[in-house]
Design a binder for this molecule. Sequence first.
Ligand code: ATP
Length: 302
Amino acid sequence: MLQLFIPLGFLGFIYREIREALTNIERLFGLLEAPVKVADAPDAAELQVSGGEVEFDSVSHAYHAERPILQGVSLRVPAGHTLAIVGPSGAGKSTLARLLFRFYDVSEGAIRIDGQDIRHVTQDSLRRAIGVVPQDTVLFNDTIGYNIAYGRPDASPEEIWQALRMAQLEEFVRRLPDGLDTQVGERGLKLSGGEKQRIAIARVLLKDPPILILDEATSSLDTHAERLILDALNLVSRKRTTLAIAHRLSTIVHAERILVLDQGQVVEQGSHAQLLAAQGAYARLWADQQRESVEDDSPTGT
Ligand code: ATP
């Protein structure tokens, strides 16, 4: 009897481990809400990044043919610069990020990095060149150290600490009794949304890609947590070509260039001041968000 129980218990253990691993993988892809369904071209070359200029050239995209999502979107982010992308919910902001990462191929037009069409380079070299700080960071059921180094497993503890410092997480991890060896995830320490996002920032710092996609968290963080994240994001996006998807305009007021997307089309571009002066879509979004934040702060919360 005992003999029967041991293998069964062991099988149960294996089953749980496999299920957990699959859940992690599912979540990882769920993160950008897209299955991987593109293939490398037979003659795909390695992406050669010189500066990391990103260009969308008349890009249209439909997940399903009958429902176009992006229509003729053209944008250019010069090497090392930042473009903030704003627009109402469902405008297609995250779709731009998924296309740049090539989770889908564009229906029309082309996306180029330093002049190379991303359909003509290997997915591996493309994804090595791009770091993503997503809205919801997936944590593996492992240690903090593993979770940070997973983009670059050969990183030394010194490099991990340096990334933690820049991501404004050093003090937090130093205070944990097991430090970098602290277990996180479902069976370990639960981290707040802001802490998880800073883990993602530390990951990207270690990976050190020339191009960055920031998908700003929609969940409202307290002012202190938001400050820490903004400081860390400013640092990580310095000198990298950055597409910053912003759901709250307050976080991109100082961006050098803002692109406004509405129903899959670029409707405006400019600085915060220029866009307010234009009194168009951006000014309306800004007025709406100002009103919402005043309402949130009102004593009745209505
Ligand atoms: P939000 O600010 O709410 O995150 P967004 O501007 O990032 O919105 P997207 O996520 O790009 O918007 O979605 C644009 C449209 O595409 C939405 O109508 C959405 O329902 C649709 N969409 C997104 N992902 C898929 C998918 N995998 N399959 C089909 N439709 C999708």
